[in-house]
Write a new protein. Structure first.
Length: 250
């Protein structure tokens, strides 16, 4: 019993460590929408509420002819720590559960996401995605990187499990996106959060997240997101983006 309890404690610590990598402590933060008045460090702050709508409509229109890239977690650091501590059985369990989760995510998108083509990549290829180096990074349903899977989309967004945050970033121009740093506190763990290719959380009215976190219902979450994308696209078709706002759509 003592050994089993120790394993359970280690597993809990792994989960905590994994979540800490995604967000700050949220024990005192409730699920709140972004407070737009916090965008004071952004050059677009004075026009944020006016411009976020046109930018969101441009993003959904371009996504329709682009692609959605889904980032999969590996939990490799947690697995390596367990192995280094001699907890081989628990390391194997975490590894298998991670693989099962990733396969469920892929299956859910392939069956329920119809809005645009969807591709899957592991988190170690995040820098490649950021810089549009998409050759040889996508995984197939067996979780193996398959160089035959090719994405030619010039515009894409990224979806992943994670947290939505009370963002401190407004509309960040492309030239500043790589160095932009999100300092907003996490407000809610969600099944899907949508970001641009620099992994900056999008803004309303774009349907940038899907509530829920139960893996048994993940297919429903993906289906709901797809329906919300379809609805927002129908509302946004034909929208023309002012030339000066092009710097915010990437």
């Amino acid at each position: 019993m003592g050994r089993l309890l120790n394993k359970l404690m280690i597993a809990v610590l792994c989960v905590v460590a994994s979540k800490a990598a995604w967000a700050q402590d949220t024990s005192r933060v409730g699920p709140k929408p972004p407070v737009y008045a916090e965008y004071k460090g952004d050059t677009s702050y004075t026009r944020f509420n006016k411009n976020r709508g046109p930018v969101a409509r441009a993003q959904i229109n371009r996504l329709k002819n682009g692609a959605l890239l889904v980032r999969l977690k590996t939990n490799q650091k947690a697995i390596d720590r367990l192995k280094a501590a001699g907890n081989m059985d628990l390391a194997t369990q975490v590894e298998r559960e991670t693989q099962l989760t990733n396969k469920q995510i892929i299956k859910a998108y392939q069956a329920n996401f119809k809005f645009c083509p969807v591709y899957f990549f592991f988190s170690q290829y995040s820098d490649s995605v950021k810089h549009q180096h998409l050759d040889g990074i996508f995984t197939d349903t067996t979780l193996l990187v398959n160089p035959n899977i090719v994405c030619h989309a010039s515009f894409y967004l990224v979806a992943e499990q994670g947290y939505i945050c009370n963002s401190t970033l407004g509309l960040v121009p492309k030239e500043l996106a790589e160095t932009a740093h999100e300092e907003g506190a996490a407000t809610k763990e969600v099944s899907i959060v949508v970001k641009n290719r620099y992994f900056i959380q999008l803004h309303e009215p774009f349907p940038y997240y899907q509530k829920g976190y139960n893996m048994k219902k993940y297919a429903d979450f993906v289906k709901n997101l797809d329906e919300r994308f379809q609805k927002f696209y129908q509302e946004s078709r034909g929208a023309v983006l002012a030339p000066e706002l092009e710097v915010f759509v990437y």
